[in-house]
Design a protein around this ligand. Structure first.
Ligand SMILES: *Cc1c(COP(=O)(O)O)cnc(C)c1O
Length: 436
């Protein structure tokens, strides 16, 4: 089966070298070699700071709603053709910024973004999770939009400096963190659909708790067999704004009709009359994993769709794959999964677990996929089981993120060791699931 003929063509095109890296599962670093041919970058050593007095002394976590509270400062850096990069600025968030009414981001959606989190480790240090991967991915997305080039390593250092400035916003409670939203857009002002000549990078911070109000309790996803999120030859593997705007209507409609908070997208097969031949893709902002008993009864397999260009290469996805491969107790596959295969597995009781993963939710148990006709492909989730893949994976990732387990993946951004301070409060979702 070769449902991605277009992808195969792209693969041989030199013009899409960065996309190609993902097809070949080559390390992210290569993209940078290819596209950072410029010495023109901003530098973290040039940061200018204009600070306001903090608006609070401690974060009121009870009132924090996902993505709606922002810290006191933001980072911005601007590029204009002919002038190059300006100096990175850390300045009051309340100042905002003005953009020209003709900025092409406003009409043509020329923007891309990242989602990361800073965690307060049990050692009292602020920590990032594999931040180099986010920086490389933003760089790759921005290259795809032909925005100004820069050194992603410099952006990471600027971001760390912003985090040090906003250190008091780092929530001291497990399950909570400081969400980091770096983004970049074209501030070129023109009606023409043309190469951006002005680019802006900004980083904003927002203290957050668990992504879904329900925490680590399972949700159902609507299996959308009509709307397509990404397609072969498209930009589904880039975090560009234009991939997200069209997902709101399907998601809202699914919520209204089926009560599902998120949509799981599919890719129709060439024979569109065969709904069961459609391929599972991913959710609006989560990659998805399935744990299945193998048909021949010889154990289990953990499967997620492959990085064929239509799937966003999640940092969490990659981490789940690496951990599962390391554990070595089931087959771990990046492979296409059809709706029909899932339907069969569910009917035969072989569909053991489904979970979504991404920076926002980390791991989200999913106990069923709802089809338009109301049919549910169920994967019952046992919240009391500490041996489920979902629970083990959650534990393993959060152990690294909060530095309970040492790992190169957890990167400290400060030295401040807060003495005699334990993480306050119970973890809202995790402990319940783990039965600790
Ligand atoms: C951001 C995102 C993910 C998750 O990626 P992480 O790097 O794990 O946060 C998954 N799918 C889509 C479509 C996304 O935009």
């Amino acid at each position: 089966m070769a449902p991605f003929g277009l992808c195969a063509r792209l693969r041989s095109s030199a013009a899409t070298s960065c996309t190609q890296d993902y097809f070949n599962s080559i390390a992210l670093g290569i993209c940078r070699q290819i596209s950072t041919g410029t010495s023109d970058t901003f530098r973290h050593t040039d940061i200018e700071k204009r600070l306001t007095s903090p608006s609070h002394s401690s974060v009121d976590l009870e009132s924090v709603r996902f993505g709606q509270t922002f810290t006191d400062h933001l980072l911005t850096v601007e590029h204009a053709e002919g002038h190059g990069w300006g100096r990175p600025q850390i300045r009051p968030f309340a100042e905002g910024f003005t953009i020209h009414p003709a900025s092409t981001v406003l009409h043509y959606g020329m923007c891309c973004f990242e989602g990361m989190k800073a965690y307060l480790g049990v050692d009292g240090r602020g920590r990032l999770f594999r931040p180099d991967m986010n920086m490389q991915r933003l760089h790759r997305s921005s290259r795809r939009l032909h925005l100004a080039d820069y050194d992603p390593g410099e952006l990471l250092e600027c971001l760390k400096e912003l985090l040090r400035v906003e250190r008091q916003w780092l929530p001291e409670r497990e399950g909570y963190s400081l969400y980091i939203r770096p983004y970049m857009f074209s501030s070129s002002h023109s009606i023409g659909i043309s190469r951006p000549t002005r680019s802006t990078i900004a980083v904003i911070l927002s203290p957050v708790g668990p992504y879904f109000a329900t925490g680590l309790t399972p949700i159902k996803l609507f299996l959308d067999e009509r709307n397509v999120r990404a397609w072969p030859g498209g930009v589904g593997d880039c975090k560009v704004g234009s991939n997200y705007a069209p997902t709101i209507l399907p998601q809202t409609t699914a919520q209204q009709l089926h009560g599902t908070p998120q949509v799981l997208y599919t890719m129709p097969s060439k024979d569109s009359s065969d709904a069961d031949a459609a391929l599972i893709s991913e959710s609006g902002a989560m990659n998805v994993f399935f744990l299945l008993d193998k048909e021949d009864g010889s154990g289990q397999q953990l499967i997620t769709p492959p990085l064929d260009g239509t799937i966003l290469p999640g940092v969490t996805r990659d981490s789940v794959l690496q951990l599962a491969r390391h554990w070595w107790d089931c087959d771990v596959l990046e492979a296409h999964i059809t709706v029909g295969a899932l339907k069969r597995a569910a009917a035969e009781g072989r569909l053991r677990e489904i979970f979504g993963c991404g920076t926002a939710c980390i791991v989200q148990p999913i106990d069923g996929l709802v089809r338009a006709d109301g049919q549910v492909l169920a994967a019952p989730f046992d919240a009391s089981s500490i041996t489920s893949m979902t629970a083990r994976m959650t534990r393993a990732l959060t152990d690294i993120q909060y530095a309970r387990v040492p790992s190169d993946w957890s990167v400290p951004f400060d030295d401040a060791k807060i003495q005699d301070k334990e993480l306050a409060g119970a973890e809202p979702c995790h402990d319940a699931v783990m039965g600790l």
